[in-house]
Ligand binder design. Structure first.
Ligand code: SAM
Length: 250
């Protein structure tokens, strides 16, 4: 059977498309894309013309049968999204799961991902991070989601749209604290790439002062909470208990 290649595309700068991505895109017989017009332009830029299949969250299930039939016939397929890595806050999960489940090879062609690009340059701890993607668009849902994450000790990473970024940082100030360290990466790899960093309160001010502060695409990163005294105390108790038990063992 054929192979399904999961191909990352640029998040802004076209030079971030890897050589292997170009080779794979030129060798497959079908490109499954989130938006065929958008990805069609990328293919055109590469001088390629390929049959395309539109794939979005609402029709993924129907598309699986067609994709499986192509693979069965021995034809390779590339899965791409509008920008960055498919499946990362983008369609493709169901297709990958079903194709793998049916026993065909699924192979990644890695490349740009806004989350990883942002983390790599933010200067926040990256040994443990939690990608929370897009929080609910409505304020109440977003506040509830943030409230659940308040005590999380790993670095938090969010995606947010430009027209909600001010509300998002405002909610961070209120649900976490104005002092919680955060870094925003805006328009990464593009001409107006900007990082905003400092306490949540400071970052809110920087955004409000910047005429371009609510334009473009954003990755929001928040330093994790310090390990709580309660958790530390529990760990200590467990250690003491273990020491006592060991002392009692024959
Ligand atoms: N699959 C993509 C990836 O690998 O990063 C993410 C797709 S998601 C629908 C789009 C969101 O990713 C944007 O709202 C923004 O939060 C983030 N994003 C994408 N490109 C970006 C960029 N150049 N700079 C900052 N954030 C970006």
């Amino acid at each position: 059977g054929g192979t399904l290649y999961v191909v990352a595309t640029p998040i802004g700068n076209l030079q971030d498309l890897s050589e292997r991505a170009v080779n794979v895109l030129s060798s497959v017989s079908l490109v499954a894309a989130e938006d065929t017009r958008h990805s069609g332009r990328l293919l055109q830029h590469l001088g390629l013309s390929k049959p395309m299949l539109a794939l979005h969250d609402h029709n993924e299930r129907d598309r699986v049968a067609r994709i499986l039939a192509e693979l069965e016939a021995g034809r390779d397929i590339a899965l791409v999204s509008d920008a960055g890595t498919p499946l990362i806050s983008d369609p493709g999960y169901l297709v990958v799961r079903e194709v793998r489940g049916a026993g065909y090879r699924v192979s990644p062609v890695p490349g740009a991902c806004a989350m990883i690009a942002a983390l790599s340059a933010a200067g926040l701890p990256t040994d443990r991070f939690l990608f929370a993607g897009f929080l609910p668009a409505k304020r109440s849902g977003r506040r509830a989601a943030l409230s659940d994450l308040r005590a999380q000790t790993a670095t938090l990473v969010f995606y947010e749209s430009p027209h909600r970024i001010l509300d998002f940082v405002q909610d961070l100030v209120e649900e976490f604290s104005s002092g919680r360290e955060c870094v925003l990466g805006r328009e990464l790899t593009k001409t107006f790439e900007t990082f905003y960093s400092g306490s949540a309160g400071e970052v809110l001010g920087q955004l409000q002062d910047d005429a371009h502060g609510t334009r473009g695409e954003f990755v929001v990163m928040v330093r994790g909470a310090p390990p709580s005294d309660e958790a530390a105390a529990t760990a200590l108790d467990a250690d003491r208990l273990l020491a006592l038990l060991i002392a009692e063992l024959p």
